[in-house]
Design a protein around this ligand. Structure first.
Ligand SMILES: [Zn+2]
Length: 266
């Protein structure tokens, strides 16, 4: 079966947590994220957000390899079964995640890395005076579909450089919204299979990266009420050709797992 929580709720959940008007076409926020912020925030909202986006982490990976996710589970309070929008490919789904709008509204309806011209979470945050940084991989969808905004782009050839820069920016403590995107797992599944040794080791690295970033936030953002999201874009299946892929309206491709955490100011 398909998960019920819709990806269109992501954008307004973040802006509501930060006390900022939602992007213009965003659909309703997720009730659970609102409840998380109300339960844990000292100020009643979040003044910082760390958004970690590992590409392609399917819900079934969490069902089948639950213990692998322990480093994420113990650092977060919410586990959310989520449903991608169709087609379950990267630019369509990150387009929806960061506009809160369906593909027909944000304009990317198939696998193409074109600029999104409607209002995004990044535009909404900048209007509210927030400082935004995107850490993304060279030539990835994420490095192209959200260009031309007054935000800082850090574009690297490897996940490793992205993690190092993420840690540095957390230490420097000057961005209100930090987005860290990684794609090693997605790269490996297309070259091999979703459960190959190299794919599973990439999955494990994504989990470690989130744990490392989350611990750095705890150490360096002590003065801030921080909302953290672990938010992949779609799932994956093994094709009859014997490689990993994702494009179909089936639960393994459409379902993914999100985690959310709130770290209150001390
Ligand atoms: Zn892919």
């Amino acid at each position: 079966m398909l998960n019920n929580n819709k990806l269109t709720g992501f954008a307004a959940s973040v802006t509501k947590a930060m006390g900022v008007p939602a992007p213009m076409h965003a659909e309703a926020p997720l009730a659970a994220v609102d409840a998380l912020v109300k339960a844990f925030s000292k100020s009643g909202m979040a003044d910082r957000v760390l958004c970690y986006n590992p590409d392609c982490l399917a819900f079934w990976l969490y069902q089948k390899y639950t213990d692998l996710f322990i480093p994420v589970m113990i650092r977060t309070q919410l586990t959310m079964p989520m449903r991608a929008v169709f087609p379950p490919v990267t630019p369509v789904n990150f387009g929806t995640m960061f506009t809160g709008a369906m593909p027909v509204v944000h304009g990317i309806r198939k696998y193409e890395k074109i600029l999104i011209r409607i209002d995004t979470i990044f535009d909404a945050l900048v209007r509210a005076g927030k400082k935004v940084a995107l850490l993304v991989r060279t030539d990835s969808s994420m490095s192209k579909i959200f260009l031309e905004r007054p935000i800082d782009y850090f574009i690297y050839d490897s996940d490793k450089e992205i993690e190092e820069t993420g840690l540095r920016l957390i230490r420097e403590d000057k961005y209100d919204f930090l987005l860290v995107y990684q794609m090693d797992y997605d790269d490996r599944i297309h070259e091999t299979t979703p459960e190959s040794e190299v794919s599973m080791s990439a999955l494990n690295r994504h989990i470690r990266t989130f744990a490392t970033l989350s611990d750095a936030v705890k150490e360096h953002w002590k003065k801030h009420d921080t909302l953290l999201a672990f938010a992949p874009d779609h799932g994956v299946h093994e094709t009859v050709m014997g490689v990993g892929d994702h494009f179909a309206d089936i639960d393994v491709d459409m379902n993914m797992v999100h985690f959310w955490a709130f770290q209150p100011a001390e």
